[in-house]
Design a protein around this ligand. Sequence first.
Ligand code: PBG
Length: 337
Amino acid sequence: MPVVPAVPGFPTRRLRRLRRTPALRRLVAQTRLTTDDLVAPLFVADGLEVPRPVGSLPGVVQHTIPSLVEEVRRLADLGVPGVILFPLPRPRDKDATGSAALDPDGITRRALEAVRDAVGDDLVVMADCCLDEFTDHGHCGVLDPSTGDVDNDATVELYADLAVVQAAAGADVIAPSGMMDGQVAAIRTSLDAAGHTNTAILAYAAKYASALYGPFREAADVTIVGGGDRKGYQQDPRNGREALAEVVLDVAEGADMVMVKPALTYLDVVAEVRGAVDVPVAAYHVSGEYAMVKAAAERGWIDGPAVALEQVTAVKRAGADFVLTYFAGELAEVLHD
Ligand code: PBG
């Protein structure tokens, strides 16, 4: 029995014919994942003596500044074009407004400067612009004392200041991830006013209130007070259309690039955003997406590297121009071979 029944006049086996050899498959591949598509998220913690492994993210550590410098050099040598930095304060330096983030002698500035000095322009250095790592209540901004909710406008003012600290310390790209309304416009205005007209903005434009950020919270040492969540400011996973509204607003406010986050659970959103705007589109393959692959691979249930490659390729196929992923280093090694 032929696999494809012969229909008179119909070109049978036309599709399978092009899958026959690796060279044929390479020739007709529509999506090509390369090292150039990868951005590595990196954590660096103040006051650490040695790098600290993150239990729920095998292979990921909280870096010391020296180990961070070593890692960015390694990534640059592998050809990874970008990193996104998450600086973490000492636990005792957290407070209600996340003031340690803005400390001119704090971890934000020291880590960014160390990376910039180490790699120059060989790597695009991105800075996640948010406050949850620095607030003692774990929310992404300051709280309105009367409601207990995050105060949008007061938070945006702090992001605008933080962006200037990050740009002055050498960040090429500021990536606001707090999902406050008006954050992109405020950051663009403050960057320009401080003379950082060349500093770009990658807006976490469509960021969902996802359960997939669990391992990140361990990596970043973030606990939301009272078992709370971010549903009051991040998007509802049930909604697709509002992602486009967020993206269009962010581009109008001056975003140079936009991001969809998480990636795999939102491939429909990635595809729609790709069609709706002409700026580069990023997608964040988040901590939970990475952890699931690692956990299943550790048990021998899946082939981890193969699944990682398939997943990140799928994010690109959906329309992302580049992918933030904890697999960046591992994939770069595979893609180089
Ligand atoms: C907020 C931020 C988060 C992530 C990136 N930036 C956490 C959150 O919104 O709760 C999550 C990334 C991941 O899960 O890999 N600073």
